[in-house]
Design a protein around this ligand. Structure first.
Ligand code: PEP
Ligand code: MN
Length: 378
């Protein structure tokens, strides 16, 4: 059961204290307080865990400071959607709003290589009015002899350059919990010129200790990739690990499944799951067409498979697109063959816009249809 408290409730207030005193006395029921930082208010939710079947919903709704009560199902207790649960699911970070209604493109380098390419990338993004980017400093590589990323050394100058071009959020993969502190220290040392969303990659989707660490901090939101060889349910449970530790600012990313059934694509594109994740959970959903498709191959109509895949995800309601670009793909140290180039940025953004407009029209069509059906039945 979740108790939704009055917005912006003060933990020192009398009503809050009385509620906590009451909850402390409940036998066999633990409670966990959880805060959601929205752009306008802070929402406090209290999760009751244990024998909650014995609790009377109306009685709980009448407790001090309680605005509403939601009975939750077992799956995805914090991030999931539950019956009669119309809570808004959004969070804002460094001035950027994330929800199941917004759409942001995170374009950039798969791996940071040199200052010149990083600066060129941010410059191109700024020229196209973009405020988000992707930049990999810690790269998990299949081959131990491959470039592993510059790690902490590159962070200060990457962050400074991001700030110079007005980039507000960088998606950056972490592979170890110590890197969270390294990112924090580099941001601190450079005066917080930008923000970071911690990306947990497909190889670490079920690295539960890493999830717990990322979940125990609320300085950074988390972009969790779907595991490439596990079920959707298992990946959504991984996201729930972040939330149970306290961080529910989580975006869930589809990036394709590892199976030869998807050949010749690098992974089997799974963007048909965008609406499924939106239905089962309240997380914004990201798609990664670069790591799904893995090449610049194009169909006879001239469109790259990657752009087709992007459009499929966006037209299905995706909220974020994570995509590899590189100023000079032939020289990229990681994933050059799938990178788009700066002179394709406008083309890519225009194509995303067409798909987004089509999604919005489809969404309006669905609500008009449902409203019509309801009035006929009413
Ligand atoms: C990446 O986005 O750079 C990456 C390594 O992706 P994935 O974890 O999906 O393979
Ligand atoms: Mn990559």
């Amino acid at each position: 059961m979740i108790l939704i408290l009055e917005p912006d409730i003060d933990a020192a207030s009398d009503t809050y204290q009385r509620l906590m005193a009451y909850l402390d006395e409940l036998q066999g029921i633990d409670h966990r307080v959880h805060q959601v930082h929205g752009s306008e208010q802070i929402l406090t939710e209290v999760y009751l865990i244990g024998n909650t079947a014995s609790l009377d919903e109306r009685e709980m709704a009448s407790l001090p400071a309680v605005e509403r009560v939601i009975r939750i199902s077992d799956a995805y207790r914090i991030l999931g959607r539950h019956k009669d649960d119309d809570r808004e699911a959004s969070f804002s970070y460094n001035g950027v709003e994330f929800s199941q209604d917004t759409l942001h493109v995170f374009a950039g380098l798969c791996a940071v290589d040199n200052r010149q390419n990083v600066e060129r990338m941010f410059q191109v993004l700024a020229e196209h009015g973009q405020t988000c980017a992707r930049m990999g400093a810690y790269k998990p590589r299949t081959n131990p002899y491959s470039f592993q990323g510059h790690g902490a050394d590159c962070l200060p100058w990457v962050f400074e350059l991001a700030g110079k071009y007005g980039i507000r959020v960088i998606a950056m993969e972490i592979t170890h919990d110590r890197q969270i502190d390294e990112i924090e220290q580099a941001l601190e040392a450079t005066g917080h010129p930008t923000g970071v969303t911690l990306q947990i990659g497909t190889r670490n989707t079920q690295n539960f200790e890493l999830l717990k660490f990322a979940g125990r901090q609320d300085r950074f939101p988390v972009l969790l990739k779907r595991g490439f060889g596990i079920t959707l349910e298992e990946s959504l449970n991984a996201a729930e690990y972040l939330a149970t530790e306290g961080n529910s600012s989580v975006v869930f990313c589809l990036r394709g499944m590892k199976t030869n059934m998807g050949d010749p694509h690098r992974n089997f594109v799974d963007f048909a799951h965008v609406p499924v994740v939106k239905r089962l959970t309240r997380m914004p959903v990201c798609i990664d067409p670069s790591h799904s498709v893995g090449s610049r191959a194009a169909s006879p109509d001239g469109l790259m498979d990657m752009m087709h895949a992007t459009a499929q995800g966006v037209i299905a309601g995706a909220n974020m697109v994570l995509v590899d670009f590189h100023p000079d793909p032939k020289r990229a140290l990681v994933d050059g063959p799938q990178a788009l180039t700066p002179d394709e940025m406008q083309y890519f953004l225009d194509d995303v816009r067409i798909a987004r407009e089509a999604y919005e029209r489809r969404r309006d069509l669905a609500s008009a249809h449902l409203a019509g059906t309801a009035s006929e039945n009413g």
